[in-house]
Design a protein around this ligand. Structure first.
Ligand code: DLL
Length: 436
């Protein structure tokens, strides 16, 4: 059996109705959390706020924020809002530092999460006729299980590939005629490159769409992937703390991701002061889970920086759209006093005709920050003479200087000398952290 996961009656609701629905859910959720999560109750008590003080959506500003530090402090079960016996699953963050965050789910939480992923697949043109190749990691990471569940709900044929083993990915893609691929954008770029190396042209595969997320990626990267795979590339966003992928997803307009506002209330705050910012301002994204039973975070600070827009979307969906996150506030590097996001460097590299295989190294030498960018050449670019390469390095350094206002050292390196990513790409090495 399959359902139509374009949930039109919800996804195209007039804004006032969405607010009314959110308001009603928020009141219930605050009560649920206050009654069942002593840690959050204490935070509320310290601020002198009671559940009955939350009457309308704007009252949410009275509630304390939750941050990753709170989740570490309450690890593993301090945020649990139902008896553990009601939970059927845990997932965990992919973070490599510190204690992992554990998220827990009731069956109802899983169903809602998978519905959100199903909406994303349908928005990318998916139906029960599609073959969906899921090459996000399976296991504790939410990417594989989330898209897998969503694809089942849509009724598509689901290939639970997980990440890695690129030769096998390509063999199944060709033999089983996958029509939709789900993975990180960096892995999509790698698969595109591998297809080309095997002598396939973009039109040789049956893919029509890709659903890519879990890491920041630029519009330039989107165009690159669309070209190499011969598809339309859709962005999808989410985080373990809010369930996983599917919090927001792109429609055919590809102009920002619609946030599933019937399940999540989004705010943008000034990361310094915590003050809520008006629509259109860039700031830190904060989410409140309106429906989750087991792990219902209120005002969770994602550290992702982005902008929200309520501008009308041609697809008909009325859910607010979030722009591509620029990256986490902690991805921002301050180099010689200038704020630098890896995505800005990626934009320049791709615009200058390089493939998205690069590594950024930051260090401090004699009290001065250094920025080194290693960029891989394609085999065709590599065959150029040394003189050409010096000229190319100069040109690229100038283009990055124009974008950032600081001079990088560019190192054009041999094809295949930069490691490819099968999951979330690690592109920055900041050695200054080792000295501190
Ligand atoms: O990455 C969930 C996910 C899986 C999303 C598959 C999309 C697709 P975490 O490992 O907890 O969960 O990491 C969440 O990844 O706070 C963002 O910083 C980043 N992120 C996720 N999606 C995007 C995106 C999954 N589309 C963290 N663009 C988030 C930019 C993204 N950053």
């Amino acid at each position: 059996m399959s359902h139509n996961y374009y949930q039109k009656e919800l996804e195209t609701m007039p804004a006032e109705q969405i607010r009314a629905l959110q308001e009603e859910k928020l009141r219930k959720q605050v009560k649920h959390v206050y009654e069942h999560v002593p840690y959050y109750r204490d935070l509320m008590d310290k601020k002198g706020v009671k559940p009955e003080d939350i009457k309308c959506l704007d009252d949410i500003r009275k509630l304390p924020f939750i941050s990753k530090a709170d989740l570490r402090e309450t690890y593993p079960y301090g945020m649990l809002a139902v008896p553990l016996s009601e939970c059927v699953r845990i997932q965990s963050t992919s973070g490599t530092t510190g204690k992992r965050v554990i998220a827990y789910y009731t069956q109802h939480d899983i169903d809602l999460w998978e519905e959100c992923c199903a909406r994303a697949i349908v928005a990318a043109g998916g139906t029960k006729e599609d073959v969906v190749q899921v090459c996000y990691g399976y296991g504790l990471f939410t990417g594989g299980p989330g898209l897998n569940g969503g694809s089942h709900k849509v009724g598509s044929l689901t290939l639970p590939m997980s990440s890695g083993n690129t030769d096998r990915q390509i063999q199944f893609m060709m033999d089983l005629k996958s029509t939709i691929i789900c993975c990180t954008p960096s892995y999509a770029a790698y698969i595109g490159e591998s297809l080309k190396e095997k002598g396939y042209k973009p039109e040789d595969n049956s893919l029509k769409a890709g659903i890519f997320g879990a890491e920041p990626w630029t519009e330039e990267m989107r165009r690159d992937i669309e070209k190499s795979l011969g598809i339309k590339a859709y962005d999808i966003y989410g985080l373990t703390e809010t369930s996983g992928p599917g919090v927001a997803f792109e429609c055919e307009e590809q102009g920002g991701m619609h946030i599933n506002e019937d399940h999540f209330y989004a705010e943008i705050i000034d990361p310094e002061t915590g003050e809520v910012l008006p629509e259109g301002c860039e700031g830190e994204l904060v989410f409140t889970s309106l429906d989750k039973e087991a792990f219902p975070l209120l005002r969770y600070r994602t550290r992702d920086l982005c902008v929200l827009s309520r501008e009308k979307c041609s697809c008909g969906r009325t859910f607010v759209r979030m722009a591509k996150p620029k990256g986490r506030s902690d991805d921002m590097m301050i180099i010689r006093g200038v704020n630098v996001f890896p995505s800005q460097i990626e934009t320049v590299l791709l615009n200058e005709g390089y493939a998205p295989n690069y590594r950024i190294e930051v260090d401090r030498v004699n009290n001065t920050d250094t920025l080194d960018v290693y960029v891989e050449l394609s085999p065709e670019q590599f065959s150029d003479t040394v003189g050409d390469i010096t000229e190319k390095e100069r040109k690229l350094a100038a283009a990055i200087h124009t974008m950032l206002g600081i001079h990088p050292a560019i190192h054009l390196v041999a094809p295949k000398s930069i490691a490819r990513s099968e999951g979330k790409a690690v592109r920055v090495v900041d050695r200054r952290k080792l000295h501190d």
